[in-house]
Design a protein around this ligand. Structure first.
Ligand SMILES: *Cc1c(COP(=O)(O)O)cnc(C)c1O
Length: 480
C-alpha cells in the first residue's frame, strides 16, 4: 500500500466534508489507504487484508449493499446476522433521531429510569415466552453472555448453593469475544490467543452430524448421543457443582448446525433432572430467524435464560439483553443488590430503536411471513437447487437461515482435506459475484434480512449456485 502521511493531509484538504456525513467523500483508493493505515478489523489478518484492500460499503437499502465502486451486492448475511428488518427503514432512524433530541442519554443506576427502556421491557415481556417477564440490558451479545454468567452465579448463591459454579457449553459454539464470551465459546483458535480463560467453564462435543457422526448412526441417534454427553459431564463434575448449560439453539458462526429433533428435548430433560439452569443463546436465533420469535420455540424447549442482541435492534444501533424467566428473576430481584451494570445498560436511543424495530417486526407480520411464506420458499429453493449438487453434502436450516456443507464425497460424508480452504475459495467467488455468503470452514452460510422477497430469494440462490458451481469447477469436480 503506497500510503504516506502527506497523502492524507492532501486528501483531507482537497475534499471538504460534504453536508451529509455518510455520503461518499473519497475515492476507493483513498478510503483503502486510510483504512489500511489506521483501522484494525475484527477477526482479520491485517497484513493480508491491507495488501488486497477492503471493500468499502457506502450505502444499503432493503437486502442490497452498494460499495464505493458502485457495485450492487445482495446481502445474504443480513450484515452479521442482524439486519432483520432490512436496511434503510426510516422508522428506526426517526426513533433514534427523536429520542436523541428528547433524552439522548440517561443512566438507570441511581433509582432512575426512562420511557424507552420501560416500553422496551414491556414489549419484550409481551412477545417473549410466558415465563419471561424481566430483562437486563447491555450493548452486545458478548456482554449478554457475561451478564448470563453473573446472573447464573448470583442465582445459585441466593439459594445457598455456593458450589454450583461450573457452566457447560459446547465445542464450536459461539458466544462472543469478550474473555467470558470467548471462554464460553468452543473456538480453539480464539482460546489460543486469550491471556487466560474464565474459570469453571467446560465443553462437551457439538451435535455436528455431517462432520462427526459414525457412518452407521442416524441423525437422531447421533444427536441423542451428543446430548447425553451433557449427562456424562454433569456426573463427572458432580451435579452439586454444575450451575448451567448454555447453547445456541442452532450454532450460527459454527456453521449453521441444526441438531436433529432428539437433541434439545434430551438436553432439557438432563438440565431439569440435575437442577441445572438452561441458557439459550438466541443472539442469532432470536427475533424471527427460524420463523418463530425465538429459535428455542422452533426446537421445542424452554430455557431459563435467553441471551439476545443482533436482531433486537436489527443492528441499527448496538444493544444486547438477557431475558430471565420468573424463577431466576425472583432470585435476582428479591435478594438485595445485583452488583453488575454498564454505563449504557438500557441506553435510551438503543431502546427507542429496539421498540421501533419490534413494532415493525410485529405490525408488518415479518416473523409470520418467514414462517409461512419466505422461509419455506427459501428452504425448498435451496433443496431443489443443491440436493444433487456434486459438492454439496448437507443443507441445514429453517426459516431464513441455512448452512450448505461443501464436501468431496457428499454420499459418504467425506469432507475436503485442509478444512476451510474450499469454503474460502467459494466465498471469493461469491464476493466477485456481488453476493455476500459467509464461509465457516467448508460450510457456506446464508441468513438474509427477514424482509427478503421471493424474487430476491431466487436471485440469492442463483448467485449462490453460480459460486458453488465455480468452486466445483475449480476443483475439477464435474456436474452431474
Ligand atoms: C454474535 C454472537 C454473539 C456475540 O455478540 P456480539 O454482539 O458480537 O458481542 C454471541 N452469541 C451468538 C450466538 C452470536 O452469534
Amino acid at each position: 500500500m503506497s500510503y504516506r502521511t502527506e497523502d492524507i493531509a492532501y486528501v483531507q484538504a482537497a475534499e471538504p466534508a460534504a453536508s451529509t456525513p455518510t455520503a461518499q467523500q473519497r475515492s476507493t483508493a483513498e478510503y483503502r489507504a486510510l483504512d489500511a493505515a489506521h483501522h484494525i478489523h475484527p477477526f482479520s489478518d491485517m497484513g493480508a487484508l491491507n495488501r488486497s484492500g477492503s471493500r468499502v460499503i457506502v450505502k444499503a437499502h432493503g437486502v442490497y449493499l452498494w460499495d464505493s465502486e458502485g457495485n450492487k451486492i445482495i446481502d445474504g448475511m443480513a450484515g452479521l446476522w442482524c439486519v432483520n428488518v432490512g436496511y434503510g427503514r426510516k422508522e428506526l432512524a426517526d426513533a433514534a433521531y427523536g429520542q436523541m433530541q428528547e433524552l439522548p442519554y440517561y443512566n438507570t443506576f441511581f433509582k432512575t429510569t426512562h420511557p424507552p427502556v420501560i416500553e422496551l421491557s414491556a414489549s419484550l415481556a409481551e412477545l417473549a415466552p410466558e415465563s419471561f417477564n424481566h430483562f437486563f440490558y447491555c450493548n452486545s451479545g458478548s456482554e449478554g453472555n457475561d451478564t448470563v454468567l453473573r446472573i447464573v452465579h448470583r442465582y445459585w448463591a441466593t439459594l445457598g448453593k455456593h458450589s454450583k459454579k461450573v457452566v457447560i457449553s459446547r465445542k464450536n459454539g459461539y458466544h462472543g469475544s469478550t474473555i467470558a464470551g470467548g471462554t464460553l465459546g468452543g473456538m480453539e483458535y480464539m482460546h489460543e490467543q486469550m491471556p487466560s480463560k474464565v474459570e469453571n467453564i467446560v465443553h462437551i462435543d457439538q451435535p455436528y452430524f455431517f462432520g462427526e457422526a459414525k457412518s452407521n448412526q442416524t441423525p437422531e441417534e447421533f444427536a441423542l448421543a451428543r446430548a447425553q454427553q451433557l449427562e456424562a459431564k454433569i456426573l463427572e463434575t458432580g451435579a452439586q457443582n454444575v450451575a448451567a448449560f448454555i447453547g445456541e439453539p442452532f450454532q450460527g458462526a459454527g456453521g449453521v448446525i441444526f441438531p436433529a429433533s432428539t437433541y434439545w428435548p434430551e438436553i432439557e430433560r438432563i438440565c431439569r433432572k440435575y437442577d441445572i439452569l438452561l441458557v439459550a443463546d438466541e443472539v442469532i436465533g432470536g427475533f424471527g430467524r427460524t420463523g418463530e420469535w425465538f429459535a428455542h420455540q422452533h426446537f421445542g424447549f424452554e430455557p431459563d435464560l435467553i441471551t439476545m442482541a443482533k436482531g433486537l435492534t436489527s443492528g441499527y444501533v448496538p444493544m444486547g439483553a438477557v431475558g430471565l424467566n420468573d424463577r431466576v428473576a425472583k432470585a435476582i430481584v428479591e435478594n438485595g443488590e445485583f452488583n453488575h451494570g454498564l454505563t449504557y445498560s438500557g441506553h435510551p436511543v438503543a431502546a427507542a430503536v429496539a421498540v421501533a424495530n419490534l413494532k415493525l417486526l410485529r405490525d408488518e407480520k415479518i416473523v409470520e411471513r418467514v414462517k409461512t411464506d419466505t422461509g419455506p420458499y427459501f428452504q425448498k429453493k435451496l433443496r431443489d437447487t443443491f440436493a444433487h449438487h456434486p459438492i454439496v453434502g448437507e443443507i441445514a436450516g429453517a426459516g431464513l437461515v441455512a448452512g450448505l456443507q461443501l464436501a468431496e464425497e457428499p454420499a459418504s460424508r467425506k469432507r475436503f482435506a485442509n478444512g476451510g480452504d474450499v469454503g474460502g475459495v467459494c466465498r471469493d467467488f461469491c464476493f466477485n459475484g456481488n453476493l455476500i455468503m459467509r464461509a465457516s470452514g467448508d460450510r457456506m452460510l446464508l441468513s438474509p434480512p427477514l424482509v427478503i422477497s421471493r424474487q430476491e430469494i431466487d436471485e440469492l440462490v442463483s448467485k449462490a449456485k453460480k459460486a458453488i458451481d465455480a468452486t466445483a469447477q475449480q476443483l475439477g469436480i464435474s456436474q452431474r
